[in-house]
Design a protein around this ligand. Structure first.
Ligand SMILES: [Fe+2]
Ligand SMILES: [Fe+2]
Length: 272
């Protein structure tokens, strides 16, 4: 059981976002923007999954998980609201979100399905989010210093993702979700997630007019495959999910607690 605090982030999301807000780097900006575009609908799906899963727990287990589930929903609702404001600026920059309609059509096929499938998908996505969060907290300099507000937003979101990384997983287990389906969903989610994030990043670069620039792909190769490359550093933690005895809390989240302790002036707790 985890004590999840919902925090109101003290950032001004009214001010516009610069075209290459992330260290003037077109590739990194396009990648982070792509991820942001997936949050409002993705996190709504996670909230719906956790809420429906919680409703199916026996009363005693509900009591045990109530506070954590409320914290999870509060945190994700805050994330999706701020990323909604962020994404409105991206619309104004002429970027087109093609990920959302594609994912929405896919998720529609889950209507009426066993809630454990919803939770299996959510737990797999939350694992992705948690390992990405850990990567970002350890490599915060990749966000650059041109927009402190967005840097704070990404690191705060990362810190909270690490905090609630076990909630969907624990609900899935509590409802008797099987190992076979858990790993099956992880395989599918991996294919969808990597394809979607790549397609949206490419689309953002095309809309931005930087797709054909050499510097874009030089940065892309370094961000993905370099010494501190995203794919290189997240491969092992991703693999761990396939172990039968895997649990999200086995994975490191010290950087999350550290960031929250060091940045108390950036937020106000709204529930504890
Ligand atoms: Fe989130
Ligand atoms: Fe999350």
């Amino acid at each position: 059981m985890t004590d999840l605090v919902v925090r109101r982030l003290l950032v001004d999301m009214e001010a516009p976002i610069a075209r290459h807000w992330c260290a003037g780097d077109a590739f990194r900006t396009a990648l982070f923007n792509a991820l942001s575009m997936s949050f409002p609908f993705g996190e709504q799906f996670f909230i719906d999954s956790v809420r429906s899963g919680f409703a199916q727990l026996p009363p005693q287990q509900q009591e045990r998980m109530r506070a954590e589930v409320q914290g999870f929903i509060g945190q994700e609702a805050t994330h999706r609201r701020l990323h909604g404001l962020y994404n409105a600026h991206l619309d104004k920059l002429g970027l087109h979100n093609t990920w959302e309609p594609r994912a929405k059509a896919r998720l529609q096929r889950l209507e009426g399905q066993d809630v454990r499938h919803w939770l299996g998908i959510t737990a797999a996505n939350e694992h992705f989010t948690a390992i990405f969060a850990e990567f970002l907290l350890a490599n915060g300099d990749l966000l650059g210093d041109q927009d402190q507000r967005l840097k704070t937003l990404w690191l705060w979101h990362s810190a909270e993702e690490a905090e609630h990384k076990a909630t969907a997983f624990d609900l899935y287990q509590a409802l008797g979700g099987s190992h076979a389906w858990r790993v099956k969903w992880m395989r599918r989610v991996t294919v969808f997630f990597l394809t979607d994030v790549l397609r949206q990043t490419v689309r953002n670069l095309r809309d931005d007019g930087t797709f054909w620039q050499w510097s874009t792909w030089k940065s892309g190769a370094s961000v993905l495959f370099g010494k501190r490359g995203l794919l290189r550093l997240t491969y092992q933690p991703w693999r761990a999910y396939f172990r039968r005895d895997f649990h999200p809390n086995q994975q490191e989240s010290g950087a999350s607690q550290q960031w929250l302790a060091d940045n108390k002036e950036q937020f106000v707790p709204v529930r504890s």
